[in-house]
Design a protein around this ligand. Sequence first.
Ligand code: AFP
Length: 320
Amino acid sequence: MADIGMDLNRFILEEERKYPNASGSLSIALMSVETAAKMITSHTRMAGLADILGKADKINIQGEEVQKLDEFANKVLIKVLSDSGQFYAIASEEEEEPIYPEKGKYGKYIIAFDPLDGSTNIEVNVSIGTIFAVYRRITGTINDFLQKGEDLIAAGYIIYGSSTMFIYTTGTGLNGFTLDPSAGLFLLSHNDMKMPQEGKIYSVNESNAAGWDEKTKRYFETLKTKGYTARFIGTMVADVHRTLLKGGIFAYPADHKSKRGKLRLLYEVLPMSLLMKQAGGLATDGTQDILTVKPSELHERSPIFMGSQKEIELLLNNGQ
Ligand code: AFP
């Protein structure tokens, strides 16, 4: 097991050494996500100030036009990941169609991401995040993005909270790194993460409850009678992060208005579900293991319930 305090770059390289045939491509790919995360972090820390300084004439201290943080994060990720040469195609929540970078034409991987999850929380100084999902390039067409979650090569998220953390898996366990801002290094802080098998928190936007089906309504009522408490930040990254550490359930069910729920399969639901399973939890759309679901389009939505084993089993057993 890797030592607490190990730098993320070294960790990635040591993981690569476990596979004698590895070309190093995935390591470079992951390090490019890490680089983009550091750039987004430093911008996030300036978000309030950049806005104030920019308000006078819309020009910030660097003499550039002030950009919204989510546009900035999207541009940084596209640029840094394209330049890495490891990605044949890139899909973003902010882009209608995939991007095929010139430098990535021999890339073995494709990546989908939500550049800034929880964007409505930016102006109120509440945690935001980035989510990413890496698949193998197979056909070189858009179909490569329509693989099942169980085919993910790597997935992870970055949470920009009271500290910045980079949490990821390549399918052999889940590890978390905390940014030391003075050294500019992500250091291993959460080794081989395992979530509690049962928690005391449910996390769902209960204002949608009137539109839920009867089973979902009954389930959350049952949790209340069992003494659960509620938390909902409105940034999936932050709500899932807490669920991983404390246990319980995070859900975004379908409702009468949103028949497929709100969250996007490709760059929210599937990568976060893989992390949850790597930590010993479970994830379902209410009827099946979500990682067995094959998306049929890039920006498809899906209902999701993910969390500790006890809570998900209770859901699957009809809340009884
Ligand atoms: P934004 O990035 O547009 O703020 O959406 C965040 C999000 O996709 C997810 O992170 C939250 O869990 C969910 O939406 C919250 O949505 P509601 O506030 O509409 O319930």
